[in-house]
Structure formats: C-alpha cells, structure tokens
Design a protein around this ligand. Structure first.
Ligand code: BG6
Length: 512
C-alpha cells in the first residue's frame, strides 16, 4: 500500500487511536524500571488502545522474542502498578495467573529493533517495520520516538531520525505523524541545552516536542496548583509578610545502584536539582496562571524559575554545599578519584515582590537515612506575642506537601494542651492520599505517557524554562571548577555533610 492510500489516523485529542512508540535505550534502567512497568499498568487498567506497537531499539542483536523474554525476566510485572479494580474474592494465586495472562497479551504489542544509535542500518530496518504496522492498520499511525538513552546519544539519534526521514512520519513531508519525547537531563549545561534545542527545532516543530520531567506528572505536584489556587485561604498568606522560609528536600535512601556509568560526570545537580527540584520550587513559588491552559501554566512556571537570583561562580562556596557519600568511590563504574557530587544543599533567593527576603533552602542527596521528597512552607512565628511564657515551640506553622512516600499534605498548628493549666503544643492536621483516594494514584510515568499520547504539553518543559534553570545551574557548575571549593564526604545513611547544616543554621534556622 503506498503512503497516499493510507487514511488519516493521527492520534485524536484522546488516546484511543493506535500508536507506535519507539523507545531508544530499551534495555536501560529507565525503560526497564519506569517505562515498561508504566505501559503494562496502563494496559491492565485499559488506558491503552486496542492495538498499539512498542518497539525497543537497542544495540543487542536480538529478535522480538528475546526482548520479550528479557522484559519478563526483569520482573516488569511486579514493578507495574496494580490493577485498579480487583475482585476481592480472588486468591493471590489466581491474581498472579491473571497477571501472567495479561502479560502474554501485552507483549504481543512489543517488538524489537537491533540498531547502533549512530549507524544508519537500524533506522533503515525500523522504517520497514513501521511501514508494516501502518499497513496492518491500514492507516498512518502516529509515531512517538522516546529518547531514553544516556544524553550523550541524543544528537546522534536526532541526526539519524532526520536523515532517514523517520522524523517526518508516515505521510512524509508532514509533521502530523510524529512526536519526540526527550528525557532529562536536557543537555549538560546552558550551551549544550541550547544546542540540543536548536537541533530539535531544525527537525521538529514545537508542538511535536515533549521535554520530560516526570516530577511534573507526580500527583502531589499537580495537586499543589489546585491546593494553592482553588482554596481562598492560602493565597493571602503566600508572601514574605507571612512566610519565613521554604525548605525543599529530595532525599533518597538508595545510592546510585548500578547507574555508575550515567551518574559519573552527571552528579546530583544535573540529575535532579536542575529539573525535579526546580520544578518543585516552581510549584510552590509560581504566581496564579491567568487560566488553566497549557501556555499560561507554562508561563507561570517559567517565570518562577526565571525569578531565581543567579549565584555568581565566586559566591558558590557561600551558598552551595556539595558532598559525596563515603562508599561512592567503591560503586560500580565509578572512578577512584571521582569528584562527582551525590549531595547538594543550597540557599536560593527569588527576585520578586512576593518572596523578597524569603530564603529557599534546598537539599538533595543519595544514601540519606530515609526516602523523603517534600516541600515545606515555614510561616513566621507569632506565638510569643501572647504566649511567650507558655512554651512556644521553636517553629510554629508549617505546611508540608509530601511528594512521596506517603503522599499527602500536612499543616502544623499550635494548640493548647488539654488540661487545667495553659501550656502549648503543636499538632498536625493531615491529609493522606491513601486514606481518602478511592482510586489508585496514577504513577508519574503513566501520566507522562498518557499526555504524550494525547498530545498535551502542559506538564512538559518549554525551552525558556530549561534555559533559565540551566543558567542558574551552569553558574554553580562553573563555581565548582575552582578546585578550592570542597567536596565534603558524608557517612552513608546520614543527612549529608555538617556544612549543609551550617548553611541554614547561620541564618538562625534548622532543617526540619
Ligand atoms: C530520576 C533520577 O530522574 O529521578 C534518579 O535520574 C532518581 O536519580 C529518580 O532516583 C527519582 O524519581 P522517583 O520517581 O523514583 O522519585
């Protein structure tokens, strides 16, 4: 069947039409631990169309069955989210059997393409495969190219998608049929991010580009917009008159596991601070968007990031602390003299009226004592005006958004202790998703994939957002080129080096 005989079958605004997704880096950590489990859980929950094609593109010389077996052996089933509605009378054994049956049906949609990212042969074979899918459906199917490789491969893949004309999709010469999804980190610094964006711009139009930061797809991050702007009681307090400071913690219990190759030379600053952390900051600091539409929400996010005061490289020592966990040097694929940071703490200030003089204290680290991703808004203390002698706590009202684990929102308030005498104590008013949500919480990668399928870019980065975040981070990275800036070693399972405490304590405050 020639191209012009194929009927129009581009994805409509819902994701009900068939699609093909080519995942570059299909045997890597991201694909195995996040993308395939998310796809399987979408399949189980009937969020995928009846017919779809997922093609893993990778360097191993395999066929479809080898790849399907590889995925099965990687326990994708157990990594996926549970089915929303399970018959309560089913035994565990029956549930497991059902999962296996669903898996067998799911993998019929999974294919494999052997290829080397910078050599044309894999792309040429891929064209044939994709044409075969179009013919099977009898239509031009929307093609999504998902770059889940280490970032060094992005330029080669884009170049080959361009030269093979895969980027133009089925009805070649048209941009209707393709979308490109790119994982973070988007570049290594400001210059490389700009270069990558330029390359993307030469090949794709902006509406085809999905720059991923899966933290934007986290349920609790999305909820912050609703929480802040749908309730009238918080906005009047959301400013420097009432807020003392804000803390953002991104603590992971695990180290880098087997991701040494990726993490070395990337470091926590590029891995999570430039993206996830700054998006968490944007969620708490953004102004109310003029409307709940893609560009207005992206404008509000971008403006929040733009308003962060740049730290001059010569000031980095004062405002940014970097650390490395003690056993990092003995991790797989890590250089014996590695200077890669696994922890960072920093103090950021925003240059706008709302947050004038309100510091944002941020810390992100691997090998911390516990898993904890949260944002806390610490309000100014007024207890002492009336109750100085009755035991005012050191910190009064704190509003905490817990991203994970135990997703929820908590408000700490001061109350009178029950009893005859007047004494004060703090109590937490809590909302935990688990207690109130009837349906399962959709995993961030499911949300990311669903939005790519339906072409909704609201929860994806725009270039200007990325440029501002890289401007900030690149200055810090430049400051670290000065060898006199220390890299502090911290014990595994601790909250990072002592110097991170000093960063906040010298302002008379404490990490929560
Ligand atoms: C990824 C980082 O983007 O986010 C990882 O590369 C990090 O280093 C991960 O562990 C955390 O994501 P999540 O969804 O597991 O909290």
């Amino acid at each position: 069947m020639s191209d012009h005989e194929l009927v129009n079958y581009s994805l409509p605004s819902t994701h009900s039409g068939p699609f093909v997704m080519v995942i570059f880096g299909a045997t890597g950590d991201l694909a195995v631990n996040k993308l395939f489990p998310a796809l399987f859980s979408m399949y189980k929950n009937k969020l995928l169309p009846q017919r779809f094609y997922v093609v893993g593109f990778s360097r191993r010389n395999w066929g479809d069955d080898d790849f399907r077996k590889f995925l099965h052996d990687k326990h994708i089933m157990s990594k996926s989210n549970k089915k929303e509605f399970i018959d309560p009378y089913l035994s565990d054994q029956k549930i497991e059997e059902d999962e296996e049956k669903l898996w067998a049906m799911f993998v019929e949609n999974i294919y494999y393409q052997h290829g080397i990212f910078d050599e044309p042969f894999g792309y040429e074979a891929l064209i044939k495969k994709l044409v075969g899918f179009d013919e099977e459906i009898g239509a031009c199917i929307t093609r999504i190219f998902y770059l889940a490789t280490p970032p060094d491969n992005y330029l080669s893949i884009l170049t080959n998608l361009d030269s093979s004309k895969l980027s133009e999709g089925c009805g070649q010469g048209s941009d209707k049929w393709t979308r490109i999804a790119i994982e973070k980190p988007f570049g290594r610094d400001l210059d490389t991010a700009k270069m990558l964006d330029q390359k993307l711009g030469q090949i794709f139009s902006e509406k085809q580009v999905f720059r991923i930061d899966h933290y934007l797809g986290k349920e609790t991050i999305q909820n912050m917009l609703a929480f802040r702007f749908a309730n009238s009681i918080f906005e009047p307090l959301w400013n420097s008159e009432y807020i003392d400071h804000i803390q953002i913690t991104f603590a992971e219990k695990e180290g880098i596991k087997t991701r040494g190759k990726f993490f070395e030379g990337t470091g926590i600053m590029r891995d999570v601070a430039q993206n996830h952390i700054l998006q968490m900051l944007a969620a708490v600091a953004m102004e109310q968007p003029r409307s709940f539409t893609k560009e207005e929400v992206r404008d509000a996010r971008a403006n929040a990031i733009k308003s962060i005061r740049c730290i001059e490289p010569s000031d980095v020592k004062k405002s940014v602390i970097r650390g490395q966990y003690k056993t990092y040097l003995s991790e797989q694929d890590v250089a014996a003299d590695s200077m890669t940071e696994t922890f960072v703490a920093m103090k950021l200030m925003l240059e706008n009226e709302r947050f004038a003089n309100v510091p944002f204290y941020i810390r992100a680290g691997k090998k911390m004592p516990q898993e904890m991703m949260e944002i806390s808004v610490v309000f100014k203390q007024t207890c002492h005006i009336l109750f100085k002698e009755y035991g005012c706590p050191e910190i009064g009202n704190v509003l905490t958004f817990r991203i994970q684990p135990d997703e929820g929102i908590k408000m700490r308030v001061i109350t009178k202790k029950p009893g005859m005498k007047l004494a004060l104590e703090t109590v937490d008013m809590k909302f935990n998703y688990i207690d109130h949500v009837e349906h399962r919480i959709v995993d961030a990668y499911e949300k990311v994939l669903l939005d790519i399928l339906s072409g909704d870019q609201m929860l994806f980065n725009r270039s200007d957002e990325l440029e501002s975040s890289w401007q900030l981070i690149t200055n810090i990275l430049k400051g670290w080129e000065d060898e006199s800036v220390p890299l502090y070693v911290y014990d595994d399972s601790t909250w990072g080096p002592m110097e991170a405490n000093e960063l906040i304590e010298k302002d008379g405050r404490k990490w929560l």
